[in-house]
Design a protein around this ligand. Structure first.
Ligand SMILES: Cc1ncc(C[n+]2csc(CCOP(=O)(O)OP(=O)(O)O)c2C)c(N)n1
Length: 194
């Protein structure tokens, strides 16, 4: 299974949701499906996408927040899983695309490549109750639907191949994305009266 395939599958469900991605390949693949003002591509800060997601989820209880993460990023900030478990936002779905690689910076093996490190087990051990590990698109789709419908924190670890986009390039940089994302949230709050 490829991450791009997973993103294509869930795009119709997340295109109107607040989505935070890690940088690089994952961000590019989502962007290539069609940028939305409610998408924020977190650059540079490996492992902190779920922290941005936690902040959003806590302050915007009427929104469902989706975080699209990578194994390398999560491994760099494992404590974030314990923070998620402790605060347990009811409206956050954390999807970790585990390609066993630091793909966006050249495809170096990550700790999950050997099959020794199990991110789903780490998430469970951190105290997150609903953690699903999937290998195929059908399983991924089912896990995604279940997580979307649950009113509780969910983590999906999706095992994907270490392949990314052919080309990289967005027509804006982080600050512009951040300002527009913030404005989008303010407009959604005003529209819903929350
Ligand atoms: C602290 C830190 N170290 C290194 C980098 C450089 N870097 C950017 S993306 C990336 C790899 C991310 O790996 P992963 O989260 O597994 O996603 P993938 O690229 O495989 O999709 C690295 C090492 C960084 N941004 N921050």
């Amino acid at each position: 299974m490829e991450r791009a395939q997973c993103l294509e599958l869930i795009y119709p469900e997340i295109e109107d949701k607040l989505v935070v991605t890690i940088m690089g390949a994952c961000a590019q693949e989502l962007y290539d499906l069609g940028h939305k003002e409610n998408f924020f591509y977190l650059q540079h800060a490996m492992g902190l996408a779920s922290s941005i997601g936690l902040g959003l989820a806590t302050h915007l209880p009427d929104e469902k927040i989706f975080v699209l993460d990578g194994d390398g990023s999560v491994l760099m900030n494992l404590g974030t899983l314990t923070t998620l478990a402790r605060y347990r936002p009811k409206n956050l779905v954390h999807i970790i695309f585990d390609n066993g690689s630091l793909l966006s910076t050249g495809g170096f093996d990550s700790h999950t490549t050997s099959g020794i490190t199990d991110l789903a087990a780490i998430a469970r051990g951190a105290g997150i109750e609903h953690v699903v590990s999937v290998d195929g698109p059908m399983e991924f789709g089912e896990a995604f639907v279940e997580a979307s419908e649950r009113e509780d924190l969910s983590v999906i670890v999706a095992h994907v191949e270490a392949v990314g986009p052919d080309n990289y390039g967005m027509d804006f940089a982080l600050p512009e994305n951040a300002f527009r994302f913030k404005r989008c949230i303010a407009e959604r709050r005003a529209a819903s009266g929350s």
